[in-house]
Design a protein around this ligand. Structure first.
Ligand code: GLV
Ligand code: MN
Ligand code: MN
Length: 414
């Protein structure tokens, strides 16, 4: 196969997409269904149409761009990722999988390749949890991991339901119609930056992902007693923030104590009420993110967190309530697709390591309905979710080449 990846075209598209942001460069913010997200979608659909792909959208805004194969009734091979970006992030997370997926399809078309199975590019709605509090919204719905009751259960910080926000954005169908049956696709492959340091440290250009860690997130609400910062005596305090701080530290200790590199826990949100320098905090809200490649070990950290909540509540005389937002199983990638990725690498003399993904991705849910795998490329210093995020044009082009050839092989399979 003689594929020409047009790296300069792809780089200028990545730069153009990064400019569609709610905050100035180098930071990127594109929250789902914001004005920037909607503008980015229009621009991207234009690129897909220009590449000769047929575009369709579902009721939550998942977007499918299809290159019809010679046997259109066979389940297709899909690729894709997300274009939403958390506040203060960079330009490569998700976008490399979407624009790189498009470039892979264009390179295949331009080479004269004719797929037997159709090839599809998907951009998933809201992989990031920023607006609705839960990650992988589009792929969860697609896979049936989340049902249509999410329409009214999920809401944003302005108090708007998912239904009203998506319908306001023009996605008006019944949410249950987003679900795809098992076997709808013959395979799914997602290209993504590693978001960790291992490939760069080892000097390896491609990671073939074998498994994706199990993510969970919890909300913790603490109610203590407020009062005057000068007048409430220390022995009579029931400070909600100090209780929150102890809980966050207990979670850190739980993650460290497993001794496994794959156990990670983060308390990324802490809101304190009333949030005034001379008022004892009466309420605090935490949100914690807990992950492990081993689902049972991840559940062990959740149990430790819940125990810490009970203990802190009793010792400090505060009320603590916990709510599990999501508690997902890990996913195994399809060994056949992982094998195809490694074979493609071998055929080009590209070094490739098998590795796990500690970050979650839409592939976590695609793996529930079809054989799925991921291709990782290095990113500088392993940095992601920060404006310094960077992956070189050469790394991206290598990832796109491996993606394109992997899709080509899968598209010709029975
Ligand atoms: C995705 O952005 C994640 O948090 O893993
Ligand atoms: Mn992300
Ligand atoms: Mn991502």
């Amino acid at each position: 196969m003689n594929l020409k990846i047009q790296s300069s075209r792809l780089e200028s598209e990545l730069a153009e997409l990064a400019e569609i942001s709610a905050i100035p460069a180098p930071e990127v913010e594109r929250i789902v269904f914001s004005e920037q997200d909607m503008r980015a979608r229009v621009w991207l659909k234009g690129l897909c149409a220009a590449a000769g792909l047929e575009v369709r959208e579902d009721a939550v805004g998942n977007t499918y761009a299809r290159w019809q194969g010679s046997k259109p009734n066979l389940p297709a091979i899909a690729t894709g990722s997300h274009i939403d970006a958390i506040p203060h992030s960079g330009r490569y997370d998700g976008t490399v999988g979407v624009l790189g997926g498009l470039e892979a399809i264009r390179a295949l078309k331009e080479s004269g390749f004719q797929p037997t199975r159709s090839l599809e590019l998907i951009f998933f709605t809201s992989e990031e949890p920023t607006r609705f509090g839960i990650g992988c919204l589009g792929s969860r719905l697609m896979s049936g991991a989340l049902d249509a009751s999410a329409d009214l259960k999920l809401g944003d910080s302005a108090g708007e339901t998912l239904r009203s926000v998506r319908q306001g954005a023009g996605f008006i169908g019944d949410l249950s119609s987003t679900r795809l049956p098992v076997g709808h696709y013959a395979g799914f492959v997602e290209l993504h930056i590693e978001q960790g340091p291992l490939l760069e440290q080892r000097g390896i250009p491609i990671g073939a992902v074998t498994a994706i860690a199990a993510p969970a997130s919890l909300r913790i609400a603490i109610e203590g007693h407020g009062g005057h910062a000068g007048a409430v005596l220390m022995p009579s305090r029931h400070d909600a923030f100090l209780a929150a701080a102890e809980i966050a530290l207990a979670l850190e200790a739980a993650a460290r104590s497993t001794g496994a590199i794959d156990s990670v826990a983060t308390t990324g949100i802490c809101e304190v009420f009333p949030g005034l320098v001379n008022s004892v905090p009466s309420k605090a809200k935490l949100e914690a993110d807990i992950r492990d490649i081993d689902g049972a070990r991840r559940d062990g950290m959740i149990t430790s967190l819940e125990r810490a909540c009970t203990d802190v509540s009793a010792r400090r005389g505060v009320k603590v309530t916990t709510e599990v937002v999501n508690r997902d199983d890990p996913a195994s990638c399809d060994s056949g697709i992982v094998g195809t990725v490694t074979t493609v690498c071998e055929s080009h003399g590209i070094a490739c390591d098998r590795m796990v993904s500690r970050a979650y991705h839409d592939s976590l849910f695609m793996a529930r309905i079809c054989p799925a795998a991921m291709i990782f490329i290095p990113c500088r210093n392993g940095v992601s979710h920060r404006p310094e995020e960077y992956s070189s044009p050469e790394s991206i082009a290598t990832g796109v080449l491996v993606l394109a050839e992997t899709m080509a092989r899968l598209a010709q399979g029975d």
